[in-house]
Ligand binder design. Structure first.
Ligand code: AHR
Length: 333
């Protein structure tokens, strides 16, 4: 009898412990526009269920209204946590107020709403790339690379391909690029347009620029997918990408590394999509009663290129990493 009681007690304790972590998490993703996004989605969709948690995943197909619907669905399903990436910065005040009223803890990941919205809402934690710094690195790498090949005094025509208009990733990277460029008057931005973070739009925008401008020296693309689309357009125009036009991307996805090794792309600034370890740690901490600050937590990120050793930040302390076959092979996404 005693044995039976001990067994029942052990079973009850085990079930209570398991239930403490039987969480349901709603994840509102913006869509699948890029390799970065696929890596980000796959990471969350595999790592959170591996904790024994239920993940309700919603792909908004690049539509803000779908994200609003998803957030409302998560509220009606009374999930334990909401994980949210904002496709654009504005237009969230009402629905995030509803999230707050539901008292479901909100975790922000990757693209943030604008500061005016962040100031008004409660969130349990926030993880995202330092997009302004990524933009600055695109600018500093470009200037220091040009200097290293003896083109530091030449007038350089730059085309700037931006990401989705109104998104934190695009707005902030542009801010960072322009900030770095203020120091280098010989770098002239002759065209600036969105390629919406996709390969197909990157290709189309580059095609039109090549028709409109006789001399393009540098392409800055705010993600690698657009850079790769542009490479197709440059080749189709009979030019050599990476040689006739210097190409700098952002994200550091595996295909960009392969393009660097192939000599078709010159550099990519890293933006890390793998947030699952940080998200899991935070959820476990929140379950244990920990409280996190309102600052956005940025992952450590590097700069990769075809030469190595190019200073890539304001004080020159961050040097680019040479991409070779080993670096490509070790790249997870
Ligand atoms: O928000 C991160 C950005 O969104 C990535 O740089 C881009 O590839 C993605 O689509």
């Amino acid at each position: 009898m005693k044995k039976l009681f001990a067994l029942a007690l052990a079973l009850t304790l085990a079930l209570t412990a398991a239930n403490a972590f039987a969480l349901t998490i709603g994840f509102s993703q913006i869509g699948q526009e890029s390799d970065w996004r696929t890596a980000n989605t796959d990471d969350i969709r595999s790592a959170l269920p591996a904790e024994g948690w239920t993940l309700i995943y919603d792909d908004a197909q690049q539509k803000q209204e779908n994200q609003v619907k998803a957030l409302r669905n998560f509220i009606s399903q009374n999930v334990d946590y909401i994980l949210f990436t904002a496709i654009v910065g504005t237009g969230w005040d009402e629905v995030l107020k509803e999230v707050n009223e539901s008292e479901i803890p909100l975790i922000l990941m990757d693209r943030m709403p604008v500061p005016e919205t962040l100031d008004q809402i409660v969130y349990a934690g926030a993880f995202g790339g330092d997009f302004v710094e990524e933009g600055r690195r695109m600018g500093y790498w470009t200037e220091n690379y040009l200097q290293s090949v003896g083109r530091g005094e030449e007038e350089i025509n730059v085309v700037l391909m931006e990401g989705t208009t109104g998104s934190a990733a695009a707005e902030d990277r542009t801010t960072g690029i322009l900030e770095a460029f203020e120091n280098y008057p010989h770098l002239k931005i002759i065209a600036q347009q969105t390629g919406n973070f996709t390969r197909s739009e990157g290709q189309a925008v580059m095609e039109s620029w090549l028709k409109a401008h006789d001399k393009i020296d540098v392409l800055l693309a705010e993600n690698d997918d657009m850079a790769l689309g542009a490479i197709d357009a440059i080749k189709a125009a009979g030019l050599i990408p990476g040689v006739d036009i210097i190409i700098v991307g952002c994200d550091a996805v595996k295909v960009a590394h392969e393009a660097i090794v192939a000599g078709e792309m010159n550099a990519t600034i890293e933006c890390n999509p793998l947030y699952s370890p940080a998200v899991i740690e935070m959820i476990k901490g929140l379950e244990a009663g920990e409280v996190y600050g309102r600052d956005v937590i940025h992952p450590a990120e590097s700069v990769y290129d075809a030469v190595g050793g190019i200073p890539s930040n304001a004080d020159g302390s961050l040097l680019s990493i040479l991409v070779d076959d080993d670096v490509v092979a070790s790249r997870k996404y």
